[in-house]
Design a protein around this ligand. Structure first.
Ligand code: AMP
Ligand code: GLY
Length: 432
């Protein structure tokens, strides 16, 4: 079949790499894709932006696309899946109403409250005069969140009253995140270890799609500013995550979420990415929902795609056509650790230079269980690679143990010559 993948980052490079390996894939089109994605076999990039919904739908119709896979959140929130389903084109990704689980933190929290999904205690505000007296009565740290999409920056962990007041004021006046911040969620700070849990659903059947953990701070030892993720590994640390917690998550978080969405008349088809906090309670460790994303995580997806053994096209097509029950208990994974080190531009997540040269990428090993996914590169006119983003490369390796995967990824990464880049040296460190 002809497949259309939407997006251009490291997540989409990993998805493209895996989709292109499937016998079911004739041509994979990626909009807009990237120079690196275009190098995958049977893959063509088309210059359409992820926000140009009309052009994406026309392209899918004109090219007899039989499956559309939507990578990033923006086209989901803009309703791309609605428009494709109107044309009977199978698509993996929720419609606009379902995408609110990511697009509106308030929507997600209200759903949790109504359906008894464990999450941090919270209150919602649109009016500063109402928010401030509430904030004054809370304990600190306190978490202040912009309701809408804010490119991963809309969460402030305020250490004291003055930081919380500033954050709420800047959000509610529209100063920090524009319209995305004029409604806020104020919530209790939860302590514990974070785990990312992935599920795929066609609206009825839910398939567990494995676990990962990521490293959010820019620098080693979890120092420096928050980022979209400086590295990830899958599965999550086995001392902290296990089959039992996965089942508790499916039963107490994922199942009631689908029930709640159905009660609101929403049929959700796509990825459910649950950001969990494993909190110590009187009854032992318990997963609390910190956030939902309506898509795969990036860089987590790069590690997941490396571990996935099953044919992803078969699986995603089944999800897009309400046949996911055939896959229950059948998704196959490599019983190994995959990890991903993000090579980012110096300055990220703040301002950074573009166009700096990256050398030696062609010299890296081309072998099973190793791949450099490109999140933000371009080829120059003379064919060399240049950095054109904040997170630029995802050096991804798989091995029998976390330690071997680390050695494999870092050994390869050290051959890359990129003066203007930096990476964390402690991805997946001390993980048994
Ligand atoms: P989010 O965008 O909602 O995932 O938030 C970004 C990050 O902020 C999360 O990955 C957590 O590390 C942190 N965070 C968000 N909400 C809370 C909370 N209620 N308690 C503790 N940490 C939180
Ligand atoms: N790595 C976090 C995210 O994709 O949201």
């Amino acid at each position: 079949m002809n497949i259309l993948l939407i997006g251009s980052g490291g997540r989409e490079h990993a998805l493209a790499w895996k989709i292109a390996q499937s016998e079911k894939c004739d041509t994979l089109y990626v909009a807009p894709g990237s120079d690196a994605i275009a190098q995958e076999p049977n893959t063509q990039c088309v210059a359409i932006s992820v926000e140009d919904i009309d052009a994406l739908v026309s392209f899918a119709e004109d090219n007899k696309i039989e499956l559309v896979v939507i990578g990033p959140e923006t086209p989901l929130v803009l309703g791309l899946a609605n428009r494709l389903r109107d044309k009977n084109i199978p698509v993996l990704g929720p419609e606009k109403d379902g995408a609110q689980i990511e697009g509106s933190k308030g929507f997600m929290k209200d759903l949790c409250a109504e359906f008894d999904i464990p999450t941090a205690r919270y209150a919602r505000f649109t009016n500063l005069n109402e928010a401030l007296p509430y904030i004054e009565e809370q304990n600190f740290p306190l978490v202040i969140k912009a309701d809408g999409l804010a490119a991963g920056k809309g969460v402030i962990i305020a250490q004291n009253l003055s930081e919380a007041t500033d954050a709420a004021t800047e959000m509610l006046t529209g100063e920090s995140f524009g319209a995305a911040g004029t409604s806020i969620v104020v919530e209790e700070f939860l302590e514990g270890e974070e785990v990312s849990f992935f599920a795929i659903t066609d609206g009825q059947t839910v398939i567990s799609f494995n676990s990962a953990q990521d490293h959010k701070r820019a620098f080693d030892n979890d120092e420096g500013p928050n980022t979209g993720g400086m590295g990830a590994f899958s599965p999550a640390r086995q001392g902290v995550w296990n089959k039992e917690l996965e089942q508790v998550t499916l039963d107490t978080i994922v199942a009631p979420t689908l029930k709640g969405l159905q009660a609101r008349g929403i049929s959700y088809c796509g990825v459910l990415y649950a950001g969990l906090m494993l909190v110590d309670t009187d009854e032992g460790k318990k997963p609390y929902l910190i956030e939902y994303n309506a898509r795969f995580g990036d860089p987590e997806c790069q590690a997941l795609m490396m571990r996935l053994r099953s044919d992803i096209v078969d699986l995603l097509y089944a999800a897009a056509t309400s046949q996911l029950s055939e896959w229950s208990g059948k998704v196959r994974w490599h019983d190994k650790t995959a990890l991903n080190i993000v090579y980012a531009a110096q300055g990220y997540p703040g301002a950074y230079q573009k166009g700096t040269p990256i050398l030696n990428l062609e010299q890296l090993p081309e072998e099973d269980g190793f791949k450099v996914f490109h999140a933000g590169t371009k080829r120059s006119e003379v064919g060399t690679w240049e950095a054109h983003g904040g997170r630029v490369l995802g050096v991804t390796a798989m091995a029998d143990s976390p330690a071997e995967a680390r050695t494999r990824a870092y050994t390869a990464l050290k051959n890359i010559e990129w003066d203007a880049g930096f990476y964390r040296t402690d991805i997946c460190k001390n993980i048994a």
